[in-house]
Structure formats: structure tokens, C-alpha cells
Design a binder for this molecule. Structure first.
Ligand SMILES: Cc1cc2nc3c(=O)[nH]c(=O)nc-3n(C[C@H](O)[C@H](O)[C@H](O)COP(=O)(O)OP(=O)(O)OC[C@H]3O[C@@H](n4cnc5c(N)ncnc54)[C@H](O)[C@@H]3O)c2cc1C
Ligand SMILES: *[C@@H]1O[C@H](CO)[C@@H](O)[C@H](O)[C@H]1NC(C)=O
Ligand SMILES: *[C@@H]1O[C@H](CO)[C@@H](O)[C@H](O)[C@H]1NC(C)=O
Ligand SMILES: *[C@@H]1O[C@H](CO)[C@@H](O)[C@H](O)[C@H]1NC(C)=O
Ligand SMILES: *[C@@H]1O[C@H](CO)[C@@H](O)[C@H](O)[C@H]1NC(C)=O
Ligand SMILES: *[C@@H]1O[C@H](CO)[C@@H](O)[C@H](O)[C@H]1NC(C)=O
Ligand SMILES: *[C@@H]1O[C@H](CO)[C@@H](O)[C@H](O)[C@H]1NC(C)=O
Ligand SMILES: *[C@@H]1O[C@H](CO)[C@@H](O)[C@H](O)[C@H]1NC(C)=O
Ligand SMILES: *[C@@H]1O[C@H](CO)[C@@H](O)[C@H](O)[C@H]1NC(C)=O
Ligand SMILES: *[C@@H]1O[C@H](CO)[C@@H](O)[C@H](O)[C@H]1NC(C)=O
Ligand SMILES: *[C@@H]1O[C@H](CO)[C@@H](O)[C@H](O)[C@H]1NC(C)=O
Ligand SMILES: *[C@@H]1O[C@H](CO)[C@@H](O)[C@H](O)[C@H]1NC(C)=O
Length: 639
């Protein structure tokens, strides 16, 4: 039985019922909690107004006249039952000077040498895993230069463990004109989970899990799980094992959040060609919207919100607190490796990459043969996708015309002999051009459950990665000449020194099923057979001008990728905040409808992050002009 209450607020019809929830979601902000503290009172949406039309020119900022008083922050903390944090950057332990007087050599050594091999950075309320958008104002380093300042890190953090915490944070930020950010794991590559002068709603500790043996709705009937918004992939895998090795589509990266940005922007994993993207798994989503209300979005209630939350971008329409995802019976997953290199099997420079025992790449001495082999391997990839598989590859430029290629073919639910037979023609073809690789014996991999073998605590360390993305459609595989052109464009970018990360999968509408096929996932994805990225590290300490020059250089190579894939797009999560024409690239033809949903649910423009729907009207104003840095005040573009 699900009671659905429909109320009228302002000019917007809003369905305010929540059909199922975790205990932490039943603790909600009431009018009695608000009392006379109007700073946390609920908002009234008025969709008739253009986005953020009557907002001040800039968000409040520490030191600005509209910044809340200490007394107001204190009162917010009381309303939050003490869950308000004002954390200092942990790497301040490495600095003898700066805004914080917390130098501690032992702590600094721990941060630099050990923290990355633990869960430390993920449990820290301020830290993010890609640091350059923060402004590099407080780096963990044994002998850092300069002073430690807060930079692009938030001013205050709500350590949310109830829906009430999130509602109070949303209401306070909206009423007080404070910039609001949402942080889960902090994996975002584009600074979308941080911001100077902000209040951060930190959902990391929402770890609940529930197995639903028989979930029934108008669009789905079968196994499901409800997970809290702070669940990480490795934790979800452990729950799958404990629930009888059930199968849930989860991020490949172990510490990536299984809800958050991953689901909101699509989200791929090793099962994506078989069961679809992360967004395709969602059956209902509980969310706190910009007015502070807690609502459910599903195929029957708040349908437009449900559509937008699945693929329409992170930090845009509300703060998700839990999601019900499809679950499938136990399934095996085999992983078949293949590697070869040319002009030496080197360890990729700076990558600290070691090949698994016995899998050192076959080394060639002909660059032409190497690139021929690359074409053969990627061309064959679609055969793996067509049985529900996923190929995860890198091509490393090693200097001196030396390159290394490594891939794994991840194949679910197939017998060992079938897999060997499926891949033998690939190995034969490579052998025929002189690449000495053998189809490996599969017994060691074949019996593993997808849910198996991932029990240890996830670890992660901050980095300075820049990712650029393009989705390559199947039609580029169907024509010999176009395929060659495609891989010539790719080859040129690798020869220019960029690391290539190719992930082949095929989340068609058919695979997405119901309700997945009807979502805001980038339409380019439904045609794609390869999601390719160029990776580089943004060096520390470069000037704004140097950063812009680097962006310009990589764009020259990406333009060749775009030229062979007209009308396609890119994956926001593994794309770049500098993506040109990002509305088309990241959202495709869904953009106008998404903007409508944004206007309806967040007419204040409260949720803001770069390249999210409706974000055009605002920009971060920095002192140094460093492109896409979050180290500055958020202001209207015309302001
Ligand atoms: C090591 C590593 C491995 C990766 N592996 C994969 C992979 O296998 N597959 C893949 O598809 N991607 C992968 N990614 C990319 C990943 O999908 C993105 O980094 C994604 O943004 C992570 O989301 P998060 O919520 O974990 O991170 P966060 O940085 O905390 O959040 C990302 C964005 O989502 C918003 N957000 C977070 N929680 C919520 C919420 N509850 N409600 C609304 N908005 C929210 C944030 O505001 C931010 O804009 C990987 C990234 C890294 C660094
Ligand atoms: C607000 O209410 C509290 C009690 O909940 C009371 O102590 C306080 O004086 C009130 N403040 C104002 C300004 O009315
Ligand atoms: C919020 O209150 C708790 C105790 O109730 C306290 O420990 C914490 O420091 C306060 N936060 C801030 C930012 O003052
Ligand atoms: C660093 O901070 C110290 C005081 O803590 C100050 O004297 C010095 O000028 C600062 N240096 C810079 C580069 O800001
Ligand atoms: C956040 O809250 C949880 C639950 O109360 C607590 O265990 C954790 O230590 C808090 N984190 C920080 C950084 O205060
Ligand atoms: C699941 O529930 C539906 C509707 O209540 C019912 O028709 C179906 O038989 C149930 N399936 C299982 C496996 O229990
Ligand atoms: C899950 O599979 C593993 C083998 O991969 C097995 O050891 C374990 O017992 C299974 N768990 C359950 C609950 O069935
Ligand atoms: C490479 O990784 C190994 C094991 O993780 C580590 O011991 C070693 O210090 C790393 N080397 C470099 C240069 O980072
Ligand atoms: C290249 O390698 C092949 C065997 O792999 C060998 O026969 C040939 O002599 C090599 N050529 C050169 C120029 O080293
Ligand atoms: C390239 O080769 C030259 C000469 O052998 C050597 O000095 C240089 O270090 C090499 N560069 C790289 C990146 O391996
Ligand atoms: C191919 O590699 C195997 C070992 O992987 C080796 O025994 C064999 O000699 C190689 N063949 C050629 C022609 O290089
Ligand atoms: C594509 O490239 C391969 C070598 O990589 C070549 O053999 C083939 O003739 C090319 N096909 C076309 C249509 O250009």
C-alpha cells in the first residue's frame, strides 16, 4: 500500500509522498523544528520565474555583508543537533604558515606516505580526489611552498546522517544566499563537489542497505536493493555477496559512489552491455529538492524529476538520499587479458603500472604492426559487447616511439570454452600479423561470481587527473574506411603524448530496458560502442595562462575525434569541465527538457556545479583567473 499525497505549493503541483525509505529518511525537518529560526524555513517554488532571476548578483562569501553571522551558523548547528562541521584542510599539517596553525610533521608524513593506501581521504569532509580545482592552496607535500589556505574547499560541512540534516542545509543555503555544494566520495574530476565560500551537504555517511526480494511496480517486478546515497562500490559488492551473491550494476572503481555523480550522469560498470548503465538500474529515488521538501521520484510519482535524475547530471535537481536499484541473480564474470607493446615492454612512465604475473606484454619491433594490432583489437571489441561484455583498455605512450597496450575482456555468464572460442579469432588474427599473444587458459577466472573477490576496504589518493571524453558510435565500426579514420585520429593523439583510456560497452535502449530506456541518459550513449578518454596530469604550480595553453593543445586532438563522430557526445563524469559546447556533448537532445525540469524543481538555481544543466548563468570569479578553478566567489555571469 502506497499512499500518495498531492499538495499544491505556489504554481507547482508537487507530489510529496515518499513510498519507501530507510529509518534515517524518516527523520525529517518539521515546522516545529523550524520554529522561529526562519533561516531554515521551507521554500515555495514558483516555476513561472526564469532560473534564479531574483537572486542577488553573487552568492554570499566570507566577509561579504550578507554572509551569515556566527550566531546564525551556531543556531544552524543547534537545528542540526551538532552535525555542522567547520573542518580545516588536513594538509595544513604540512605547512608552517598560513591560515591554520596546525603544523605537524608526523601527520604530514602520514598524509604523503600512507593515507592513500587507506580509506582516509574518503572519510575526510573536505578532501576531493582531484585537487587542481581547489586551487592547490594546501597540498599534502613534505616540503610545500607557500601558505595553506582554504582555497576552493567549503567553509562549512553538514555531516548528514538524516534527511532532516539535508533539509536544514538546503533551506539555510537557499534562504541565506549561501553557495551549496554536495559531496559524496569526492571523485569528481571537474571540481563539482567543492566550492569556496560554500556550505557542503556531505552524504558520505548514508551507508544503509536493504535487499528487496520482490519489488513490484508498474514497470518492474523482481529483485531489488535500496541503498543509501553514501554507498561506495566496494561496499555494495560486499552486500551483494552477503545477500546470496546477487548482482547489481556497480561502478568499476571501488571507491566510486554507487548513487551520487556516477548514477546521476549515467555510470558504467563491467555489466553495462548486459544490464545497462547505473542510471538504467534506478526504480525509485528519494530526494530533497531545492525547496527543502523530501520526495520520491519514480515512474509513477514526480515522473519528470525521476527522468532527469537518471542521467541528467549531478547536483542539479536535488540531493538524493537513497535509490532502489534492480538486482539480478548471481552471475559469473571472466576477465581475459591481452597486452602487447612496441619498441620495448616498459613500465609506463609515471604510471607505476606493473603487469600481472605472467602477463607481461608481447613486445614488437614494428610500430606499423603495433598500430595494426590496435585496430584489430578494438575492431573485435564489438563481438565482446554483443555477448554482454566490457573491454577495459589503455594505450600508454612511453616516449621514443614506444607504446604499450593493455586490455581486459570482461565477459559475464559464459562457459570457459565458449569464451575461448569467442576470442580465438582475435588471437589468430593478431598472430597472423606477427603479434605473439596466446588466448589464456580460463580456469583461473571462470568460476568467480561478479560479486566475489572485492571485500577489502577501498583505498584512494588525491591526484591531478584531467580526462577528456568522446563516445564513439557503432557506425564507425561498420565501415572499414571510417573505422580506419577513427583510429588514425586516436593514434595521432596518443603519439602526441596523451594516455588513451578506452572502455568498450554498449548500453543500448534495449539493454536499458524498463524504466531505463526512458531516462535522461545522454542519447549518444545508446549508439556508442566505445567511451574513449585522453588522460593527462595537470602539473602543480602552473599559471592560468599555461593551463589555458595546455587545454588548447589537447583540444586540437579532440577536435579530430569530434570530426569523425559528428553529433555524438561525451561522458560528463570522465569528461572535462573545459568541454566545448558541453550542453550538446554531455546531454544531447535532452538538454531543453532538462532545463525545464531544472526550472521547475530549482527555480532559485540553488544547486550549481560546472557543466550541469542551467549552470550557464553563473561562474566562479577567481583572483588568478585559473580556468575552471572553484577557488573564488560564485557570481552571475552578467553581474
Ligand atoms: C578512481 C576513479 C574510478 C572511477 N571509475 C569509474 C567507473 O568505473 N565508472 C564510471 O562511470 N565512472 C567512474 N569514475 C568517474 C565517476 O563516475 C565520477 O567521478 C563521479 O562523479 C563520482 O561520483 P561520486 O558521487 O562518487 O563523487 P562526488 O565527487 O562526491 O560527486 C560527484 C558529483 O555528484 C554530485 N552528487 C554526489 N552525491 C549526490 C547526491 N546524493 N545527490 C545529488 N548529487 C550528488 C556532487 O555534487 C558532484 O557534482 C571514476 C572516477 C575515479 C576518480
Ligand atoms: C526563538 O525560540 C526560542 C525557543 O525555541 C527562544 O528561546 C528564543 O528567544 C526565540 N527567539 C526569538 C527571536 O523569538
Ligand atoms: C556544532 O555543535 C557540536 C556540538 O553540539 C560541536 O562539537 C561542533 O563543533 C559545532 N560545530 C561548529 C561549526 O561550531
Ligand atoms: C604566509 O603567512 C605568513 C603568516 O602566517 C605571512 O607572514 C606571509 O606573508 C604569508 N606568505 C604569503 C606568500 O602569503
Ligand atoms: C560524521 O558523523 C558520523 C556519525 O555520527 C561520525 O561517525 C563521524 O565521525 C562524523 N564525521 C566527522 C568528520 O565528524
Ligand atoms: C512478486 O510479487 C508479484 C506481485 O505481488 C507476484 O505476482 C509475483 O508472483 C511475486 N514473485 C515472486 C517471485 O514472489
Ligand atoms: C558467494 O560466492 C562465494 C564464492 O565466490 C561463496 O564463497 C559464498 O559462500 C557465496 N555467498 C553466499 C551468501 O551464497
Ligand atoms: C610503486 O608502487 C609500489 C607498490 O604499490 C610502491 O611500493 C612504490 O613505492 C611505487 N613507486 C613509485 C615510484 O611510486
Ligand atoms: C623484429 O622481430 C622479429 C621477430 O619478432 C625478428 O625476426 C626481426 O629480426 C626483428 N627485426 C629487427 C629489425 O630487429
Ligand atoms: C629516448 O632515447 C634516448 C636515447 O636512447 C634516451 O636518452 C631517452 O632517455 C629516451 N627517452 C625516453 C622517454 O625513454
Ligand atoms: C611466442 O611466445 C612464447 C611464450 O609466450 C614463446 O615460447 C615463443 O617462442 C614465442 N614465439 C615467437 C615466434 O616469438
Ligand atoms: C584500414 O587499415 C588497414 C591497416 O591498418 C588496411 O589494411 C586496410 O586496407 C585499411 N582499409 C581501408 C578501407 O582503408
Amino acid at each position: 500500500m502506497r499512499s500518495v499525497l498531492t499538495i499544491l505549493t505556489g504554481s507547482v503541483l508537487l507530489t510529496a509522498a515518499v513510498s519507501g525509505s530507510f529509518p534515517f529518511e524518516t527523520i525529517q525537518l518539521t515546522e516545529a523544528d523550524v520554529g522561529n529560526f526562519s533561516s531554515i524555513s521551507f521554500g515555495t517554488r514558483d516555476a513561472a520565474k526564469p532560473l534564479a532571476d531574483d537572486a542577488p548578483e553573487c552568492r554570499a562569501f566570507p566577509g561579504s555583508s550578507d554572509w551569515p553571522t556566527d550566531e546564525e551558523w551556531k543556531q544552524l548547528n543547534v537545528s542540526l543537533g551538532g552535525a555542522l562541521l567547520r573542518p580545516i584542510p588536513v594538509a595544513s599539517a604540512c605547512y608552517k604558515a598560513g591560515d591554520f596553525n596546525t603544523y605537524n610533521a608526523a601527520t604530514c608524513r602520514y598524509l604523503v606516505q600512507q593515507a592513500g593506501r587507506s580509506h582516509f581521504w574518503l572519510d575526510d569532509p573536505l578532501s576531493t580526489l582531484t585537487q587542481w580545482p581547489q586551487g592547490a592552496t594546501c597540498q599534502p607535500a613534505l616540503n610545500p611552498v607557500g601558505n595553506c589556505t582554504r582555497g576552493g574547499s567549503p567553509e562549512y560541512v553538514v555531516n548528514a546522517t538524516t534527511v532532516k540534516h539535508i533539509q536544514a542545509a538546503v533551506n539555510f543555503a537557499r534562504n541565506k544566499n549561501v553557495r551549496l555544494v554536495i559531496k559524496n566520495t569526492g571523485h569528481d574530476f571537474g571540481g563539482r563537489s567543492m566550492g569556496a565560500g560554500s556550505l557542503s551537504a556531505w552524504v558520505h555517511n548514508l551507508k544503509s542497505f536493504e535487499f528487496i526480494a520482490n519489488y513490484t511496480s508498474d514497470v518492474y517486478s523482481g529483485m531489488a536493493v535500496r541503498i543509501g546515497a553514501g554507498m561506495e562500490s566496494w561496499e555494495l559488492f560486499n552486500h551483494m555477496g552477503a545477500s546470496g551473491n546477487i548482482t547489481v550494476v556497480a561502478p568499476g572503481g571501488g571507491t566510486v559512489g554507487a548513487v551520487g555523480g556516477w548514477l546521476a550522469s549515467g555510470g558504467h560498470g563491467t555489466l553495462t552491455s548486459k544490464f545497462g548503465l547505473g542510471a538504467d538500474q534506478a526504480l525509485e529515488i528519494n530526494v530533497v529538492t531545492a525547496d527543502g521538501q523530501f520526495v520520491t521520484a519514480s515512474s509513477t510519482i514526480n515522473k519528470d524529476l525521476f527522468w532527469a535524475l537518471r542521467g541528467g547530471g549531478p547536483s542539479t535537481y536535488g540531493i538524493m538520499t537513497s535509490v532502489v536499484l534492480k538486482a539480478f541473480p548471481p552471475i559469473t564474470m571472466a576477465s581475459v587479458p591481452l597486452s602487447f607493446s612496441v619498441n620495448q615492454a616498459l613500465t609506463p612512465a609515471g604510471m607505476n603500472f606493473t603487469f600481472p604475473p605472467g602477463l607481461a606484454p608481447s613486445s614488437l619491433n614494428s610500430t606499423a604492426t603495433f598500430w595494426k594490432g590496435i585496430n584489430i583489437a578494438y575492431r573485435y571489441g564489438t563481438k565482446v559487447l554483443d555477448v554482454g561484455g566490457y573491454c577495459y583498455s589503455y594505450i600508454y605512450p612511453l616516449g621514443n616511439n614506444s607504446f604499450s597496450f593493455t586490455t581486459t575482456h570482461n565477459i559475464p555468464g559464459m562457459e570457459t570454452a565458449e569464451i575461448s572460442a569467442l576470442l580465438q579469432p582475435l588471437f589468430d588474427e593478431l598472430n597472423s600479423i606477427g603479434i605473439n599473444v596466446t588466448n589464456p587458459q580460463l580456469s583461473a577466472w571462470s568460476s568467480n561470481f561478479y560479486s566475489g573477490g572485492r571485500r577489502t576496504i577501498g583505498t584512494a589518493a588525491p591526484a591531478e587527473t584531467r580526462y577528456r571524453s568522446r563516445l564513439f558510435p557503432r557506425r564507425n565500426w561498420e565501415d572499414d574506411e571510417l573505422f580506419n579514420e577513427t583510429f588514425t585520429a586516436i593514434r595521432r593523439s596518443i603519439e602526441a603524448g596523451y594516455t588513451f583510456h578506452g572502455i568498450a560497452y554498449s548500453p543500448t535502449r534495449e539493454v536499458a530496458g524498463s524504466p531505463g530506456a526512458d531516462s535522461a541518459v545522454n542519447p549518444a550513449w545508446r549508439e556508442a560502442v566505445l567511451h574513449a578518454s585522453l588522460m593527462e596530469t595537470q602539473p602543480e604550480g602552473i599559471s592560468a595562462e599555461q593551463a589555458r595553453e595546455r587545454d588548447k593543445k589537447v583540444e586540437r586532438y579532440l577536435d579530430r575525434w569530434r570530426a569523425v563522430t559528428p553529433g555524438s557526445g561525451a561522458y560528463l563524469n570522465e569528461g572535462d569541465p573545459a568541454e566545448p559546447n558541453w550542453q550538446q556533448s554531455f546531454y544531447g537532445s535532452n538538454y531543453p527538457r532538462l532545463l525545464e525540469v531544472k526550472r521547475i524543481y530549482d527555480p532559485w538555481g540553488l544547486f550549481w556545479a560546472r557543466t550541469t544543466v542551467g549552470s550557464e548563468g553563473w561562474e566562479v570569479v577567481t583572483e588568478d583567473g585559473y580556468p575552471f578553478s572553484q577557488n573564488g566567489r560564485l557570481c552571475k555571469v552578467d553581474g
